[in-house]
Design a protein around this ligand. Structure first.
Ligand code: XMP
Length: 327
């Protein structure tokens, strides 16, 4: 583990010039550390791992092996964007693993939220380890650890989820080029590296993905309703200038049905819950109040376009008492 720490007097990266200076420094340091060896990276498409990938592609090119695991709980268009940006545009060495069936089969019938998380986490490590074993001569493992991760794990607030987890036979030296950065600095660096704005200013997305927004036992049809309604919500937020302004927004499709009526016939379908929140520290969260016309439009689009939904609800509950996610 590298023991690089953020110097107390380090200037906050707030301009493209400072971001470029950081990039130049890091490229030199990465080349010095990695030399002609190979580096492995689990690339989720989130801001941190994407910035690490972009830095490493610049620093060592084809010596970087990116693995993008699709656990079947990603949002609509996510794997396609990762492939487009990293394989097609940046010419990265990218392995795409569609493990959706494997995850969804393991999750079938599992209702306990903690057990769902555990299955997703363990399966992820297993899939990644299998890919890692197929590679020869990997010396380093790159991670998108950032400075708040270090501070939180030192303060005992949360286990620093990036570190460790791989089996004994897969022990690598760590490469953590954004370790000393705060999130806003990572975004600045991402922009300076030419990553698309949609990737750099992406809202937070939990590791277990849409799995925590499909409460109870995940079924493919209900998961699809979550994915489709989420895509509509994101599209409408972007169109209405709310992208990048509202901290986090998503849909949840709970596991119960209610009666409705469509074309003169009775329906019995799921509700779709919309949640849109703002926060600075995620410990306390307030609810974003949407304009009435946008609400009406969202209801009509979701009902019309998402199979299995006959009712749209809005969650007005702050945190506390509710958490952001439903599981
Ligand atoms: P809660 O539901 O705890 O969520 O109020 C607070 C923030 O954390 C995100 N979240 C997660 N992120 N893995 C993650 O990487 C997780 O298991 C996880 N659970 C919640 C959530 O989206 C929100 O931004």
């Amino acid at each position: 583990m590298t023991e690089i720490r953020r110097p107390d007097n380090m200037e906050r990266i707030t301009t493209p010039e400072l971001a470029n200076a950081f990039i130049e420094e890091q490229l030199a340091a990465l080349r010095e550390q990695i030399k002609d060896q190979k580096v492995l990276l689990a690339l989720s498409g989130g801001v941190d791992s994407s910035v690490v990938a972009a830095l490493l592609i610049k620093a060592v090119g084809q010596q970087l092996v990116c693995v993008h695991v699709n656990h079947g709980l990603l949002r609509k268009g996510e794997p396609e964007q990762v492939i487009e940006v990293f394989r097609n545009q940046m010419k990265a060495n990218l392995i795409y693993v569609d493990a959706s069936d494997r995850f969804l089969d393991k999750l079938a019938g599992v209702t306990d939220p903690e057990q769902k998380r555990m299955i997703i986490g363990n399966e992820f490590i297993e899939v990644f380890a299998e890919e890692a074993r197929k590679q020869d001569g990997i010396r380093f493992l790159a991670q998108g650890t950032i400075w708040p991760d270090i501070l939180e794990s030192e303060a005992g607030i949360k286990a620093h989820h990036n570190a460790g987890g791989l089996p004994e036979d897969l022990q690598f030296e760590l490469v953590e080029p954004v370790r000393i950065l705060f999130k806003d600095e990572v975004r600045m660096v991402g922009e300076a590296l030419g990553l698309p704005a949609g990737m750099v200013y992406r809202q937070p997305f939990p590791g277990p993905g849409l799995g925590v927004r499909c409460p109870g036992a995940i079924t493919r049809d209900r998961l699809e309703a979550v994915r489709e309604s989420d895509a509509i919500l994101r599209e409408e937020f972007a169109k209405n200038g709310l992208e990048g302004k509202v901290w986090q927004y998503f849909t949840v499709v709970p596991d119960f049905k209610s009666t409705g009526v469509k074309d003169g016939k009775r329906t019995f379908d799921w509700p779709c819950i919309i949640r849109a929140i703002n926060t600075t520290d995620v410990m306390e969260v307030t609810v974003e109040h949407l304009p009435a016309e946008l609400m009406d439009h969202l209801v009509s689009r979701i009902i019309k376009e998402v199979p299995g939904i006959n009712r749209v609800l809005y969650d007005f509950t702050p945190k506390p008492p509710a958490t952001v996610e439903y599981e």
